[in-house]
Design a protein around this ligand. Sequence first.
Ligand SMILES: [Mn+2]
Length: 349
Amino acid sequence: VLTTTPAPGVVMPDDGNPSPDDLDLGIARLRQLLDAARDVLLVGHPDPDADCLGSCLALAEALEGCTERVQVVVPPPSPVLYSWLPGFERLKAAALPCDTPLVICLDVVGRERAAGLEGVEPGAVVNIDHHTSNTGFGDLNLVDPDASAAAQVCLRVLDGLGLPITPTMATDLYAGLVGDTGGFRHSTSARTLADGARLATLGADPVAVAARSYASIPETTLRLVGLCLAGLRSELDGRLVWAVVTAGMLRRSGAEMPEADRVPDLLHSIAGAELAVLFRQVGPRRTRISVRSDLIDAGRFCAGFGGGGHRRAAGAEIPLPLALAVRLVREAAERALAGPLLLPTGLPG
Ligand SMILES: [Mn+2]
């Protein structure tokens, strides 16, 4: 199901139910916005991942020549883990001064999650995303919850705009697909694989991207993962598995918080683990959770804490110290595993 919300120039069906044509209408509107824009700002979410960065970088390359200036803004810390993505050197810590730029958000669930817009007075805001929990915050929303990655929505947008996909753009988009599907292991459909094959045909090297994504881990990352897994807790006969990342662990390992991104999937990979939770201490009274499950609806679980995401992978930021957040989430996990959030069996990705 494709959803676009009305923006000037976008016609919605009378019944309010979006049809597949709506994305095409939305892309036509995007064309108009791009034609009228002098400055374009591409932004993602805090701690951007391969999907977010790959989508931003591919779109930035595509739009070069279409508009006067394209900037990709990613506030510090620099996501060095992804410095191998083609075009990484394009990333700017802050936007250069510009007058009411066209802002395009990629892989961003809600307006408050858009990073890098401090001091920016946007013209129109375009929202290109794949999260089921996307709030439709844009003046133009190109949201496809059936896509495995924002990179896939981005690919459709580029096709719709008639922009060619270069090998470097294909690599960025393919990296996004690999990142958001855990290397085509979850959230993967025939369409995901077909798009992956097409990007490989267009010049992405699947072996090189897999090696960069999974076999070139900084030493600090393994040290952090080790500290984190050493404190792993298993409860409810192993159905609930959880671990924490503290500020102290970051100091001892020399790692940055995004380097813990692999831990939720590792926790979930334990035999019998039905619900995996990683707690990250991001401030004295702020704890971020990353949830993985193939038994309960992770997106709905995290929505209970003001977050969101996908059925199998989701997250939230809780305004509580680590110990209190752990207690609250463990109680909710026990309730969820008892029934109310169970997914129907056989549901894909
Ligand atoms: Mn994504």
